[in-house]
Write a protein of this length. Structure first.
Length: 258
């Protein structure tokens, strides 16, 4: 970003009937929000970014309208890199991992899943008038550990994550736009950052994703690495039952850090 020497990377995954509108709005406006928030980057970046996310959520509702966001929203993972320091802000089930430079180097997971069945998320949801369950026909939470957010006593919205932008109805049931922020120190020898939506991570392991990305480390071809991940994820989705009716949104961003 101009003026502050910070590299910004982000992935936004829309859901619901107007999810593409929300994701597009975030893509266009997040860089400006981050640049404004990071005027005092060295002082307290995590607090500045948390405030910026909450302000973005408010602005999104004011600009796009509550009706547009009634049953629509987006998850987000934003990574900031400066002077060997990584700061990752995550909202929902998109994820970021850091690995390399070697195939068997340790992989750091830099985001949390924000699963509604997580005890912390569930407690907030219940306190706010929501409940955690599953749709009819889905395996129970006790079996999978995965839940959805519902307004208490109803069968909606059934959101599969506890933190998002937008989602006006789910916000009345305890869903929030406060990101979880993690930091990491890079090794300064071309580590690999992968930021991707759950459409990638639901079918590709962290290890396999990193192995694929490292195949392009020699020429530092981040674009081809990203495209390879998306193509592989889609090919796996297409082998699944029901893929002719639904394939999850698939986006991936590979960064070869300096």
């Amino acid at each position: 970003m101009e003026g502050c020497g910070v590299d910004l990377y982000g992935v936004f995954d829309g859901h619901g009937p107007n999810g593409d509108t929300v994701a597009t709005w975030l893509t266009l406006n997040m860089p400006f929000a981050m640049q404004s928030a990071l005027t005092g980057y060295e002082a307290d970046a995590p607090t500045a970014i948390q405030r910026a996310f909450l302000q973005m959520d408010s602005d999104c509702k004011n600009i796009l309208g509550a009706k547009t966001l009634e049953m629509s929203g987006a998850t987000a993972t934003v990574a900031l890199h400066k002077d060997g320091k990584l700061l990752v802000a995550g909202l929902g089930d998109s994820r970021a991992v850091l690995g390399g430079p070697e195939k068997f180097s340790k992989i750091q997971v830099l985001t949390a899943p924000h699963n509604p069945a997580d005890p912390i998320e569930k407690a907030r949801i219940q306190k706010s008038g929501g409940e955690v369950g599953v749709f009819p026909g889905e395996p129970p939470v006790s079996e999978t550990g995965q839940g959805r957010v519902f307004v208490a006593g109803t069968d909606y919205p059934g959101l599969a994550t506890a933190r998002t932008f937008g989602d006006a109805t789910a916000k009345t049931a305890g869903v929030i736009a406060e990101p979880q922020i993690n930091t990491a120190t890079t090794l300064g020898r071309r580590q690999v950052l992968i930021v991707a939506t759950d459409g990638v991570w639901d079918v590709i392991s962290d290890e396999y994703a990193m192995e694929m990305a490292l195949c392009f480390a020699g020429p530092q071809d981040a674009l081809r690495a990203s495209q390879a991940l998306v193509k592989e994820a889609r090919s796996i989705w297409e082998t699944r039952e029901g893929s002719d009716e639904m394939i999850d949104d698939i986006s991936a961003l590979v960064v070869f850090l300096p």
